[in-house]
Design a protein around this ligand. Sequence first.
Ligand SMILES: CCCCCCCCCCCC(=O)SCCNC(=O)CCNC(=O)[C@H](O)C(C)(C)COP(=O)(O)OP(=O)(O)OC[C@H]1O[C@@H](n2cnc3c(N)ncnc32)[C@H](O)[C@@H]1OP(=O)(O)O
Length: 178
Amino acid sequence: MPALKHWLYMKEVLIVAEWTALKNIDPHCFACGQGNAHGLHMRFFSDGERVRSRLIIPGHLRGWHTLVHGGVLATILDEAMSWAAIHLTGRFILTQEMTVRFKKPVRIEEEVRVESCVAERISPRKALLKAEIRNSSGDICAESSGVFALFTAEAFTRMNLVPENMLDAMNQSMWRSA
Ligand SMILES: CCCCCCCCCCCC(=O)SCCNC(=O)CCNC(=O)[C@H](O)C(C)(C)COP(=O)(O)OP(=O)(O)OC[C@H]1O[C@@H](n2cnc3c(N)ncnc32)[C@H](O)[C@@H]1OP(=O)(O)O
């Protein structure tokens, strides 16, 4: 490959692979709220095709001994699929149904990575999302798929799903970077 063409190709690969921090709105959310003292404090990044987050699950969210509670893993997967649904479809969302497969135990105080994507745009009002949690060795410990209801801002308002001032803030920033 000639040098210039190679350089342009590499530049394109680098741009495509860039991960951008996504902006959060609700500081009280149990999963992503940075102000919730009992929460997971998840922060999300997107490359335009996937969404991901890294976190250390604190000790108070254990099941027994050093195992992370399965419900907490389901929350992490739900949150990751929700952010992917919002940021990759440009719609407001509700989780309609989800399934989780727990494949390996996850330990508290160990860093995990969660990654999610849109697997299928089922219809204008529905999308199928997928997510997986990996431990620090890279093993898949839990995976999920979920059907998400997609809403326009008008439909969300009509259904009284968030207060109007919050909807405005979400509408202005949820599809932009931090
Ligand atoms: C940056 C910040 C990041 C922020 C990131 C934040 C991440 C948050 C992550 C949390 C995600 C969650 O856990 S969400 C919370 C858990 N999930 C939920 O609470 C969902 C509860 N389920 C539901 O509300 C319902 O099942 C629905 C609306 C999803 C589907 O209702 P349904 O009853 O099965 O379906 P259906 O009869 O067709 O619809 C009922 C009524 O809703 C309307 N409807 C239904 N779907 C739609 C739709 N897509 N668009 C418009 N309207 C719709 C219908 O027109 C109808 O209105 P009409 O004819 O009656 O007028």
